[in-house]
Design a protein around this ligand. Structure first.
Ligand code: TXA
Ligand code: MG
Length: 345
């Protein structure tokens, strides 16, 4: 059985750090989602991550450090990288850097670049500091299912597969870090997350979003972040995303409910919306609110036995882009555009 350690349990945290250092797998809270940590210097420990998650071996991991200096041992921290780290970390940002020697190939799936992140969550940094080694950590879910945003969700996927989980309560951001690749000619966001494109452009105006982040990938599509090509965030239920004005979306969701009355329907909605004859979970009003609840809600709807999950859209731009990316993937790009429906009428 997997051990649960309270974040406030100083002795427990020290033991978890020691286990990590020795090569055990320990899940821990970050401000984005829970990570499944292993000592990044031990190839065998890292192999355990791929096994516990059922993760394809061509999908590289992010290396977590407590401060920039720790990354200099295995990554080339360029001037541009330093700017990004200075402005946004500790925080929900991952930077892809040229790789140096010193980290086993299994961490980067053989790539010559390496993903580095300095999490903001106090417990995460304390654990890394205590372990005294860089920590490779993907999200602590089984491959394909929604990322865990609390310790219960980690245990749901990983109980018996890992040594322990440090319980730090619910994650504040709720979706994964923004990944910026600075190894090419211009910086590119490979995965939008807790830091927005607009924020990064204030520092690096030439930064763009990788094309295709909000589009259904073609069979031949080879994203630069290998993980972006896999099925993701999928609950048991079928997810359908809606787009359009608030009023049109409400009307369309209402219509779906009426025409599918035989189905157990869940709606993930703004606080200001209400639907009859459904399981409704409210997220709040802003894209930030939605990010914080999304993965938790997907798991919650599964527990409630929903067959279909209908989602109201977040605002456009900013965190809305990051949420949309996760939502569309969870929906397998099943999106109902209400404007197109209107035109067809
Ligand atoms: O917020 C987060 O980033 C969380 C927490 C635990 O820190 N971690 C996380 O890891 O989301 P994971 O493994 O679920 O997603 C990492 C993504 C994958 O899509 C992977 O392909 C990409 O980062 N990645 C890692 N190293 C890369 C590299 N060298 N070049 C391009 N993409 C890389
Ligand atoms: Mg993941």
């Amino acid at each position: 059985m997997t051990k649960r350690i309270a974040a406030a349990d100083t002795k427990g945290l020290a033991e978890a750090a020691e286990k990590l250092r020795q090569g055990e797998l320990v899940a821990f809270p970050t401000e984005t989602v829970y990570g499944l940590g292993a000592n990044a210097l031990l190839a065998n420990a890292v192999a355990g991550i791929y096994e516990a998650k059922g993760r394809p071996s061509d999908n590289p991991l992010i290396v977590h450090v407590a401060q920039v200096g720790q990354a200099e041992a295995f990554a080339e921290v360029t001037a541009q990288a330093r700017q990004l780290f200075d402005c946004f970390t500790p925080g929900p940002l991952t930077v892809i850097l040229p790789k140096k020697e010193g980290i086993p190939d299994i961490v980067t799936a053989g790539l010559d670049s390496i993903a580095v992140r300095i999490p903001e969550h106090e417990t995460a940094r304390e654990l890394i500091q205590l372990a005294g080694v860089p920590i490779a950590a993907p999200s602590a879910n089984r491959s394909g299912s929604p990322s865990p945003t609390d310790a219960d969700s980690v245990l749901q996927d990983m109980d018996g597969r890992i040594w322990g989980v440090v319980d730090g309560g619910r994650c504040q951001v709720g979706i994964e870090s923004t990944i910026v690749d600075i190894t090419g000619e211009n910086p590119v966001i490979l995965r939008p997350g807790g830091i927005t494109l607009e924020q990064i452009q204030e520092i690096l105006p030439e930064c763009t979003l990788d094309t295709g982040l909000l589009k259904k990938p073609e069979e031949s599509f080879q994203p630069k972040a290998p993980g972006m090509k896999y099925k993701h965030y999928a609950p048991q239920a079928q997810v359908i995303a809606f787009e359009g004005t608030a009023a049109a979306v409400r009307q369309e969701i209402q219509r779906y409910i009426v025409t599918h009355s035989e189905k157990k329907i869940g709606v993930f909605a703004k606080n200001s919306s209400s639907y009859e004859n459904t399981l409704t979970l409210h997220w709040g009003e802003t894209a930030q609110d939605m990010a914080k609840c999304l993965f938790h809600a997907l798991r919650q709807f599964d527990k409630l036995g929903a067959e279909v999950i209908l989602c109201e859209p977040p605002e456009t731009g900013g965190m809305g882009t990051s949420v949309r990316n996760r939502l569309y993937k969870a929906a397998g790009f099943h999106i109902i555009h209400t404007e197109e429906r209107e035109k067809q009428k």
